[in-house]
Unconditional design. Structure first.
Length: 602
């Protein structure tokens, strides 16, 4: 009876075409997780090692189809009612699933060929992670939905969460691919090493290349049958065990800082913190337990008046109110201001009709735009408009903005129990708290807050999603952006089944699901560190440069080592000659000592 390890050799197509789609169901949900994604990618690398040498492109096409179906099944519930009709929704889902799967398969295949272009074992361990991270960075840059629907983990990143401060999602994707290299290499050695002799003889060609020593650059694979019955001999570069061990050590070392940094929220009552209240206004008008319809302006004002007793910031969800004209908007803001307390700010999410084209061509008359204003008792102090519109659902009826978010500083006065001089230095005796904002889908890209002059203390995030799975996916994206900026995000989702809460700075769980207002006290260190994180300064392009530089360093190191270990050509030959000359000189001096030639003549 064949062992489990022999199945990928005896039945490679059956094995990989079964394992990969099953793993894809868990790995490629709306909130991708790191561990199953690593296993899925390792399986695909092993499968590529059987497809490409044999030119078995039909097997690759079958794998793409099966994984596409798995993705569609995982996303079907949340996508069915995303657009006007279920048929359009399913078509778009099938298209996105196919495109992302083809991109992933292309990245795996490209990594296979690049590994064979770099003839060193060090490059074999690092080229594919750099290729994988680059592929999804390009997808994020080109896709209208950013990192949504990509093969990039947002949950269960474990000890690598701190890498978001340094390398953003690029670093996380690199870690995924690097662990896939390690597991695929270990599995390949286990499969080949554990197979009994009969299986190896009957299988004839080695389907997985495994190195046996540290230095060979090329391994000759036995003849492999092609589809037309002919045989070919492929020259496979072998991976040195030391390179895999070094990559494993590097991955383990990258997890070490997580054990020395605190992931707990800041105290809300301490001398060295600045506490303040935040709230999410989600009114639910009803009578006798029956909803009366969507909330209107008066409902939001009444709910905010209740919340402002415990919160300095009251955020409304995306498109909470709708304006048909500029006068209607101004009247609504004036009405809201009259009922606000001094020192309180309302973050009002709205959409309105654009009545004239803008001079720069951004706004188009007759279309709607989605915005957020931060309103105080003295007027509008901050304004932002949505830049990334949901394809089809919003892109046909709304016009996007091209202006990046700015910042606003709230001057927080001394709370009860503090004297003004003890609270902050004069002349104002107030503590500054910096805010910025973005709206829903804007959080799907790592470049959402590029160009901010300093680190924001809080990011306002109104949203409106249509399904709990989509709400969770966007919540995780917002949390990732907050971690990249070293900040907190106030997420207020007004959609049916949407999740809301505060994330970042040690806060990970959402506060509630669905409608219902809430408030929470948060705090920031005093004095607040306004320095930006490394990633917010350098961005995605520099992070990609680092991962490719890492691959280049390993390639150079491996090349130099191979050259110096070549005893017949190049620097290796020169090294041997130098060593032999030094050895001959030492032996000559030793012989002189024995003959007494170094004794004095007199």
């Amino acid at each position: 009876m064949p062992s489990i390890a022999s199945l990928p050799i005896q039945h490679p197509s059956w094995t990989y075409l079964t394992l990969a789609p099953i793993l894809a169901l868990g790995a490629l949900s709306p909130t991708p997780s790191l561990p199953p994604l690593v296993l899925l990618l390792a399986i695909l690398r092993l499968h590529a090692g059987t497809i490409v040498p044999r030119r078995n492109w039909s097997g690759g096409a079958k794998q793409i189809i099966l994984i596409t179906l798995s993705i569609a099944i995982a996303h079907a519930g949340s996508s069915l009612h995303a657009l006007s009709t279920p048929y359009i929704s399913l078509f778009v889902l099938a298209l996105i699933s196919t495109v992302t799967t083809v991109i992933a398969a292309s990245a795996v295949a490209l990594g296979y060929y690049l590994e064979r272009a770099f003839r060193t074992s060090w490059a074999l361990a690092t080229v594919f992670p750099a290729t994988w991270a680059t592929a999804w960075a390009l997808v994020e840059y080109c896709s209208p939905i950013g990192q949504l629907a990509t093969w990039s983990p947002v949950v269960q990143v474990g000890g690598y969460a701190w890498l978001r401060h340094v390398g953003g999602q690029v670093a996380i994707n690199w870690v995924v691919a690097a662990w896939a290299v390690v597991f695929a290499d270990a599995a390949g050695k286990w499969i080949v090493g554990s197979s009994d002799e009969e299986v190896i003889v009957t299988a004839a060609p080695h389907l997985i290349s495994v190195a046996e020593d540290d230095f060979p650059a090329v391994e000759v694979t036995p003849p492999t049958p092609n589809a037309n019955g002919t045989t070919t001999t492929s020259h496979e570069p072998s991976r040195s065990p030391s390179s895999t061990l070094l990559l494993t050590g590097l991955l383990l070392a990258l997890a070490v800082p997580s054990y020395f940094t605190s992931d707990l929220p800041t105290h809300v009552a301490a001398p060295n913190v600045t506490p303040f209240g935040v709230a999410c206004a989600l009114p639910f008008p009803m009578r006798n337990g029956r909803p009366l319809g969507p909330p209107g302006l008066d409902d939001y004002i009444a709910e905010s008046r209740t919340l402002q007793s415990s919160a300095q910031i009251v955020l409304w969800p995306e498109s909470a109110v709708h304006f048909q004209s500029r006068n209607e908007r101004e009247d609504a803001f004036n009405k809201t201001q009259q009922r606000m307390n001094r020192g309180v700010y309302y973050g009002i999410g709205f959409d309105e009709i654009v009545h004239e084209d803008s001079a720069d061509g951004v706004w188009r008359a007759g279309m709607r735009r989605n915005g957020l204003v931060l309103l105080s008792s003295e007027g509008v102090v901050f304004e932002y408009y949505k830049r990334h519109l949901v394809p089809i659902a919003e892109s046909f009826s709304m016009t996007p903005s091209n202006e990046r978010p700015t910042m606003f500083t709230m001057q927080l006065k001394a709370p009860r129990g503090w004297s003004a001089p003890s609270w902050a230095p004069g002349p104002n005796y107030t503590r500054p708290v910096d805010f910025t904002a973005s709206i829903c889908l804007d959080f799907s890209t790592s470049s959402s807050f590029a160009g901010l002059p300093s680190r924001p203390a809080l990011i306002l995030a109104p949203a409106r999603t249509w399904h709990t799975s989509i709400g969770l996916a966007m919540w995780e994206q917002a949390k990732a952006r907050a971690e990249e900026q070293g900040s907190m995000v106030l997420w207020c989702d007004g959609g049916e089944g949407g999740v809301s809460g505060v994330a970042g700075k040690g806060m990970h769980a959402f506060r509630q699901v669905g409608p219902g207002s809430w408030s929470q006290t948060v705090s920031i260190p005093w004095p607040f560190d306004q320095r930006r994180t490394v990633f917010s300064v350098v961005g995605t392009s520099t992070a990609l440069g680092v991962v490719w530089a890492l691959a280049g360093l390993f390639w150079m190191a491996g090349g130099v080592r191979s050259t110096f270990n070549d005893r017949d050509h190049g620097a290796g030959r020169a090294t041997v000659r130098i060593v032999r000359s030094i050895r001959a000189a030492v032996e000559y001096v030793s012989r002189r000592d024995r003959r007494g030639e170094t004794e004095p003549l007199l």
